[in-house]
Structure formats: C-alpha cells, structure tokens
Design a binder for this molecule. Sequence first.
Ligand SMILES: [Zn+2]
Ligand SMILES: [Zn+2]
Length: 598
Amino acid sequence: MSVCCMSCYCTTIGTQLAYYLPTHISCFVPGPLTFLGGNRHTPAEDCCPVKGLLMRIGCFGACAVAFVFGCLTTRLAAQPPQPKLIVQITMDQLRGDLLRDYVPALSQGFRRLESGGFWIKHGDLNYAVTVSFPGHATLATGMYPYHHGLVANEFWTQRDGKWVSVDFSDDANFHILGDPAATGESPKFLLCQTLGEWVKQADPRAKAISLGSDENIPVAYAGHKSDGVYVFDPAANSFTTSTFYAARVADWVNTFNQTELPRYQQRSWNLVVAKQFVSLASSQRTSLRGKPNPQFPHVYENEKAGQPDHPQPYSAWFSSTPLKDEALFALAARAVDAERLGQRGAVDYLAIDVDSTDQVGHKFGPRSLEQLDTLVRLDHALARFLDHLDKVVGKNSYVVALSADHGAADPPELRPGGRRITTPEIEAVLDKIEAIAKANKGTPAELADRIAAELKQVDFIADAYTPARLSEQSDDPFVRLYQRSFRPSFTTDFPLWTTKPREYHPARYGVVVRFKEGMIFDWAVSVHGSPYEYDRDVPIIFYGANIRHGSQPDGVMTVDVAPTLGAAAGVRPPAGLDGHPLSFVFSTGVDGSQSTGK
Ligand SMILES: [Zn+2]
Ligand SMILES: [Zn+2]
C-alpha cells in the first residue's frame, strides 16, 4: 500500500470540499422514496457531472420541503415484514460467466441463493475504471464513482514537491493494530454514506459490521461510522482493524484469531472440485512472462520460494488462497453470535468482502481450475454461513445480496486479438509524454490536448480523455462511462502503471487512457480495470426475506444494490442516489401488492 499524509490531503482538500458539500448534503438529507420497476439511468442525468450536481441541488430543495412537513421519518410508512439483518456479500473479481457456467458444480450456498432468490445474470458496473475501490464503494453507497469519490484505487497528486500516486484509503493519522509497519486506513476520501451508515442512522440501536479478507476494502462498506471493521492483515497474521475505527480489537475477534483461525491455516491447498466438473474450467496452464504457474496440489513449502533469502511468509501464501475466505465466513458467523446481529429488535448490517477470488483470478486467470476450486470452497462456506443464519437469526428473517466489484479479462494467450503490454512499452510512452510536457509553453488545457493527441498515436491505446472532454455532453458511450469515473484532480495513473518516479505522468494533467480491447498490462496473468464487458459483467443476486424467486438476463447496475437492500429492510436511502430500489425483486411491494416481475 502506498503511504499517504496530511500534506497530500491538504493539497486536494479544496477540490474535495467543492464536491463534498452538495453530494454530501444529498446523501444526508432523507427524501421521498420512489420504487421504480427497473433501472432508470437516463443518459442525460448520468453523463454530465455538472448536471448531476444541479440535479442534486434541486433534490436538496425538494427534500428541504419534505423536512418542513415532517417527513424525517427513517422508516417507510407501509411495509411488508422486514428482515432483521442485511447481509451484503461481495466476491472480488467474480465475473458474471463464472456463476452462469459453473451452476452444476456449485450445489450448496450458491444453489440456495439461485434457487430461492432473484438472480440478475449480467449485472453491469456502468462506469469505466473497473478497479476494486470504485466497485465496492458503488455497491456500498448506491452512487457512481464520480459522486461517491473513490474513482480509482489511487490518484495522482503532489506531495513534498513531487508528483506521486496516493492510495484512496491509506491514512497516516491511524495505524493497523498488530502491524506497526502498516499505514492505517480510513474513509477520508469517501464522500457519501454507506448502506451500513443508513442502517445506523435509521435506528440508533442498529449495528453495522464490515469484515473482509482484503487489507483495506472493508472500509468502503463501513464508511465513516461502524461498530466493527475487521480485515485480514498478513503481517499480523490475524483479523485486525485500523485505529480509525477502534482502539482495540474486539474480544470475539481475538478469540477467533487464537482458536479458530489456525484450523483454516493448512499448509496445502488441495483440489476439492468433483472429477465430473473439472472440465468446466480451462485446461490450459497459465503463465506470466514465461514462468508457468504451479498446479494442484498447492503446497506452501513448495511455493514459498521468492528471493533466496526472503521466502514468502506462510501468512502471505495463505492470503493468496481461498483458505482465508473459508475462515472469513466462519468469522462472519462469530460476528452474528457475538454482536447478536439480527437478534436485538433492530435491523443490523453485515458486510462480507471475499478477496481470494481476486487473488486467484489475477494469478491463475478467471477460468482456471484454481478459480473453480475457490468457488466450490466458497459455495460450501456460504452454505454453512446461511445455515447458521437460519438457526440464529431465523429463516426468512434476513436478506442477502451477493455481487462483485468487477470482472476480469481472460489472459491474452486464451483470447484472440489481445496481447500483454509490457513495462518497457509503457515507459517508452511516458518518456514521450515527459518530453512534450517539459517543452510545453501553452495553457494546461492545451498541454492536456497535446498529451492526449500523442497517446492516441500509440498502437495499444484506443483513446485518451482530457478533463475538458469529460466535462462535456457526449454521445460516445465510452466517454459517458469515463465521466462516471471522473473527478478533477483525482486522476488515476491506471492503466499506464509505472514504478518509476514520473513527475510528468499524464495523470498529472488529468488525462486518462483507454487501452484497446483485450490489451492488458503485464502485471498479472489476468487483470481488470477497463470499460469492456469482461470487466463490467458481474452477477447480482438478492435472497431472503421478501425476495421472490426469479432471474433476468441484464438491465441492472451494481449501483442499484444498496438502495434495493435498504428498501428490502425498510431503511430509507438518502435522497439523490444514482441507484434505485428494484421493486421487481420483492415478493410484496410496500403497498402490499404482489410483484409480477419487471
Ligand atoms: Zn477488486
Ligand atoms: Zn484485482
């Protein structure tokens, strides 16, 4: 993780405040809840950040009227029986086709969700920069990245006189308990409340807990106020927290770390996929830069080799396997027990962020046998967790949403037309941009235009976008996707990644590029982050109290997940969200009507 500090925060805070105020107001002020029978993202509303802002101000006015007339209730007036617990499960890099094609092999937890819930088979992210933080924050807030603020995993800014890439969640004002070398995590750049915060605002008795096997993603679900945020930290080899959220690790987490976690920390990762389903995965062995990946069984002692004098610690190897997420679901069950979630007369919230799907997908590829095995293991762990909820919270007394923050590209070796873009190729492009920037005598806008024009000449780049272009109305579908990922002064260097100090990186001038389809940065076997379908295609499944059985092929965005979960539990979302509650997934509407589908 990159290191952040107050100085970099100060350099950007002016810009941040300009965005923060109106968006935050719209997030905090309750407004009339309209149930829509499907997604209603009109291009004119979505494509222009400025127009979005004006709409929000208008919405604020409407909400102020509602306030005067005493509409500050945080519960819906008429509602069906409500769940006592909202569970939001996100599997990082779970591309939509994996669930669609692996149905026969996933006969337990996923089967329960699919056979009893409502499955949108091709959910869509509907924005361009499909990396993790934007994906999770969109699922958590019901807002697109240009409104919730986390437009990428890091952004380009000036610190100590140098231009550097800064992580969106690292916060040097805090630290990670048990890992003194790590920088703390906080939601300081997140502009909106999360579903967990809506739940707490709706009822002071409600609890919101966010758990994850990644080191920082649970921050996106916890937001600014939470009753517990626990991540798996390999250096600490335990589930722990940032001091932004708590001064000490809760007793139930400490107990889990000491007594249960060791049971999941096996020295080998063996194949559990039944023989008849192995052929569902690709049989092609993947490799990176000529080095073939290891195959099953994966044994730590065989795979720990790194630098001869720096073998990979066991906890880091464990963190790259699905073993850690089998532990995560067990931890989630302990959270339900210890915090008595869904058992105290309030609607509680539990977020579960599964990370191994991303780790395994990057290393072995989305269609690898390793990813199939990961999903089978998660299938079993999910079933055990749902059984636990049935027993402790009660059948039909909780509601679940399962989705993903993004998909992934297949390795180019398996996909005709694609290829890997190497580090020397990227450095050569950045050298050219540096020469242009150093020689520039024009205005910042003219320089951005010159840089974009140069980038468009590169054979693997499809287009380059300047701040001016992303601020105008456009009929270009890619421009519209990038507009939802765009905030001035928060430009990511992705996918022109470099480890060199690059004072003149295009991101400094607000210029972002789109690689051609199938072109991936040579960082891993498989990567994500593009606006193409393979990166935007994710499953969305709702299950549980008042969710009807059904499915539909597409037409739903991940931005709709949080408002739908909130509506299912009778929790009023803030006004002015980009997403909408999907009334067609409910068995009974708020007016008592039976749902007849989309
Ligand atoms: Zn991710
Ligand atoms: Zn990833």
